[in-house]
Design a protein around this ligand. Structure first.
Ligand code: ATR
Length: 287
């Protein structure tokens, strides 16, 4: 049983934030921030905001008028959000997407991206001995999540990023956009990419509930390489199960979701929140 205080009744000064998405019903962010609001007994609310793509700019520009302190942005608005901000942090610009908006006292919107931070914090929390400099990192996928992970790994000092994607042109575009020591591999060259790697990260949707499986031959991967799947439904993906069975240290995808939320919560509500086993259990539980 999780021992969680009841929500604080909202006053007229309640601190407001939310998540803009379309659809937004799948988002776990209201549950996640809702847990922290109760845990830290904050007079505040975090709400799902279902906003159509054609209304995104109007909706996001209205947030200061409604007294919001900020918001998260999820699919399909993360790229559109870049252009709708008054200011965009360097990191978010390099990643090419905004996932966190902070509104200042003058009502100006600042766009940030905390996905890469969440990825690294989760990796460090679940595998404290991991070092970016230990060797090449293999990244599967070239979508939005891959961009955030690639930039985070480059900034953390990974000597080489081996980018493997079904659509090679998309991987080449990512490599061009983010710069740094990124090498593109075709999916057929996966064995060469895995050889000598210190980290393998799946950022594709393969292996997610309802999606096709991720079929990989892990034989060329060194047994000490860390394997991180950012898919969290199911929590133990087939990739993680196979990696664990052959002795690789593993990192599940829930940690990234939880840790990416920390900077937004701190900015909006004024408390640095903690990722705990109770939070993990609460977010995983059926709503
Ligand atoms: P996100 O923003 O969450 O990263 P995305 O932009 O839709 O999601 O990216 C999904 C990733 O999964 C892409 O790398 C995609 O490969 P393509 O760039 O070739 O589309 C990958 N992916 C999805 N379905 C796949 C499949 N059936 N086989 C191989 N890769 C797949």
């Amino acid at each position: 049983m999780i021992d969680l205080p009841d929500p604080v009744p909202l006053s007229g000064q309640a601190k407001l934030a939310g998540v803009l998405g379309w659809p937004v019903s799948h988002s776990r962010s209201p549950r996640l921030h809702g847990f922290w609001l109760r845990q830290y007994r904050i007079d505040g609310a975090y709400v799902p905001l279902a906003v159509r793509p054609e209304s995104f700019v109007e909706a996001v520009r209205a947030l200061p008028l409604l007294g919001f302190r900020g918001a998260n942005v999820t699919v399909p608005h993360k790229e559109a959000a870049l252009a709708a901000m008054d200011r965009v942090e360097d990191l978010a610009r390099r990643i090419g997407a905004v996932n966190t908006i902070v509104i200042d006292a003058d009502g100006r919107l600042e766009g940030r991206n905390t996905d890469g931070f969440g990825f690294l914090e989760s990796l460090r929390a679940q595998q404290p001995g991991w070092q970016a400099a230990a060797g090449p990192a293999v990244l599967l996928g070239a979508g939005g999540a891959a961009r955030a992970v690639a930039v985070a790994l480059i900034d953390a000092g990974a000597p080489e990023i081996r980018l493997v994607n079904r659509t090679v042109s998309r991987a080449e575009r990512l490599a061009r956009d983010v710069g740094g020591p990124v090498r593109v591999f075709a999916w057929d060259d996966l064995a060469a990419a895995l050889a000598g790697a210190a980290l393998l990260v799946n950022t594709t949707t393969l292996g997610m509930a309802g999606q096709p499986p991720l079929e990989l031959d892990l034989d060329p991967l060194p047994p000490e390489a860390v394997v991180n799947d950012i898919v969290y439904a199911p929590l133990e993906t087939a990739l993680l199960a196979r990696a664990r069975a052959r002795g690789n240290p593993v990192v599940d995808g829930l940690g990234m979701l939880l840790h990416q939320a920390r900077p937004g919560f701190a900015a909006w509500y004024g408390v640095e929140p903690e990722v705990t086993p109770d939070l993990r259990a609460f977010v995983l539980a059926e709503v």
